[in-house]
Ligand binder design. Sequence first.
Ligand code: ASP
Length: 325
Amino acid sequence: MKKLFAALATTAALAFTAASAHAAGYPERTITVVVPFAAGGPTDTVTRLVAEAMSKDLGQQVIVENVGGAGGTLGASQVAKADPDGYTLLLHHIGMATSATLYRKLPYDTLNAFEYVGLVTEVPMTLVARKDMEATDLKGLVEYAKANKDKVTVANAGIGAASHLCGMLFMSAIETPLVTVPYKGTGPAMTDLLGGQVDIMCDQTTNTTKQIQGKTIKAYAVTSSKRLDVLPDVPTVAEGGLPKMEVGIWHGLYAPKGTPAEITERLSKSLQIALKDKNVVDRFAELGTTPSSEADATPAALKAKLESEIARWKPVIDAAGQYAD
Ligand code: ASP
């Protein structure tokens, strides 16, 4: 028995030394950040901007891999199974918290499959529709949706996506279920909204601001408590009569469970630097997206946020009673 303990202790010590040795020279090669949605959407845009800035700080390429599908859970699952060596990361949003309740069975244990790097952004959603949507304001959109509930289509990025959550809040606020159309991300969903193949979408300003400003889609409300500087003419959901739709989307950067703390700390420092990078700050501002503060871009802040958000959304999702397998 003693021998077994000694052998286990030696193995553990060797593993620890190997991890520390890796951490010391980290990063020595390209880092991949998995975005659990298709290219061209808000999560992708945020990640590419942050990855470019982190790459400057880390002295290694930080590239993005889009693994869309199943509301972000496919990409999260891929990272949960990846080597915990700091070379595969995940940038996911509020869906990390909502999926924990929405899915009856996830291929990973949300609170135990990841290490935390830090919070990345806070961004509101916008309720938008195809350009030729008849309604001129939120009240009109609600009337139209209620009168045409079997034919009005709402795009989302799958169960667990922020667009799914926001669509759910809309349908529950107007007490009318609508036809939902899932995509691998709201990048491709936006293409269909622009083409008029789908009617409505609720998505982050990161993806909608330019289109709203260019009048290629119609905007009915922002889900923040105050109007946004970049979209001053778009009323808040409360102004439009649907205060229960208020919601803020946050993004976090994760690593697979077992990634050495030296590495997640190094990444967290780099994230903090990236969030102050001029290009990131300017582009985020143009897109109504707020970079997380230095205090929030830390492992502890992301862990606390994920835990509190799982607790916050569980009763809301349970009340809706719609789950995915
Ligand atoms: N963030 C989007 C959503 O949750 C998906 C995406 O980034 O494409 O709907």
